[in-house]
Design a binder for this molecule. Structure first.
Ligand code: NAD
Ligand code: GLY
Length: 366
């Protein structure tokens, strides 16, 4: 097991990464000062696969832990599920000394974290992420929230977890499409901060995609270190944290324009990264050799859902509604070179609109 840390003064917390963490969870938690059973939030699918090891470990230290189930999937990251978690907390007799443990992917983590942020004005929570995306991204950094039918993550808070425990073993049951989708977020971390991580993915792609424990441990740890360092330097996303949104300006717009049905999040980010590479190239950033290298790797990870039939106008409108479109100006993260990112607020909207139309039309046959 390896450890990294999010450093935020008295709210600092460890991120543990390794095989078999679920089985030794309560030892780690008691050392962190948790002395009573948590209220567990999960979904039936994840709990069926990994709930027994969690339960055994928690029971040994704390006795039985109540479990609240929410439905499986993005559409359950909503107010009704939140209400269910509050009711579960009340049924369990929770008060300000209680704590929540989230076992699942980003949907469970975001929702359980938001419940913890708001129940009796805030109680601690611990993330036990079970998707690659959640281990390297959503479980770290304290962004918690739910969706409204008008848009994703419109209700939320910053509420840092007390610990993140990423058991690599849980990724063995993850469908291959989810694994590949999460890998794009790992790649994004390399692209913005570490050429070494890009090189590792290039050299070990098959091992990662076939869920080799050592390869997964390496990429989860490296991406977690990068995310932890960025969050430690800018918790509230005043500036530096925005680099984590590389590929997300266009990625989010593609997800919204297709009703969140066509792409997994990481797949949309992959298209978004390709668009950002193309746009950066037009602006004279990122040398051709590096651009080609990144595009090649993105295509090697998996065959992405096509852009065919997506209306550039709808993508443009979705982009306009995005939180990154601040005060009428588009903010985009671009790459001066692989392993470094810069935040640009000087994007000419007409130029981006024209580029995007060409990009969608010319990529539609891939
Ligand atoms: P998810 O939570 O829906 O999980 C994907 C699917 O995998 C689900 O069906 C889930 O039940 C299943 N699953 C989870 N673990 C499994 C396992 N070990 N074995 C088999 N199946 C398993 O999706 P996700 O990709 O983990 O997260 C997406 C969510 O994360 C979105 O809501 C997004 O907005 C959010 N997100 C948040 C942040 C943040 O900073 N808070 C960052 C990125 C994404
Ligand atoms: N997922 C982007 C962030 O946490 O800031």
């Amino acid at each position: 097991m390896k450890t990294t840390e999010v450093r935020l003064g008295s709210r600092s917390y460890p991120v543990f990464v390794g095989e078999g963490i679920l089985a030794r969870l309560s030892g780690l938690l008691t050392r962190l000062g948790f002395s009573s059973a948590p209220v567990v939030v999960s979904n039936p699918r994840v709990f069926k696969l990994h709930g027994d090891s969690l339960r055994r470990s928690l029971e040994a230290a704390y006795g039985p832990a109540p479990v609240v189930f929410i439905g499986d999937g993005e559409r359950f990251k909503n107010i009704a599920s939140l209400q269910k978690v509050y009711q579960g907390l009340i049924r369990a007799g929770a008060d300000r000394r209680s704590w929540v443990l989230a076992l699942g992917g980003g949907v469970v983590g975001d929702l359980a974290g938001f419940a913890a942020a708001t129940f009796v004005r805030g109680i601690p929570y611990v993330n036990v992420p079970t998707t690659l995306l959640a281990q390297v991204d959503s479980a770290i950094g304290g962004k918690v929230g739910i969706n409204l039918k008008q848009g994703k993550n419109l209700i939320g808070a910053f509420h840092q977890p007390s610990a993140v425990l990423s058991d690599i073993g849980t990724l063995r049951t993850l469908p291959s499409r989810e694994l590949a989708s999460g890998l794009y977020e790992v790649l994004k971390c390399g692209v913005i901060r570490s050429e070494k991580l890009i090189l590792y993915i290039e050299r070990n792609l098959q091992a990662i995609l076939s869920a080799s424990p050592s390869a997964l441990e390496h990429v989860v740890l490296e991406a977690s270190r990068i995310k932890a360092a960025v969050v430690s330097s800018d918790e509230m996303e005043a500036k530096q944290r925005m680099i984590l949104n590389y590929g997300h300006t266009v990625g989010h717009a593609l997800e919204a324009a297709t009703g969140y049905r066509r792409f997994k999040h990481g797949e949309a980010v992959a298209w978004g990264m390709m668009a950002a590479v193309g746009f950066g190239r037009e602006l004279g950033l990122l040398e051709e050799k590096s651009a080609q290298r990144l595009l090649r790797l993105i295509h090697r990870v998996t065959k992405l859902p096509t852009l065919r039939g997506i209306s550039p106008g709808r993508v443009w409108n979705a982009l306009g509604r995005d939180k990154k479109f601040a005060g009428g100006r588009i903010r985009m993260v671009l790459l001066p070179r692989l392993g470094a990112a810069e935040i640009r607020n000087d994007i000419d909207p007409a130029n981006l609109k024209r580029f995007l139309k060409n990009f969608i039309e010319s990529s539609s046959n891939i």
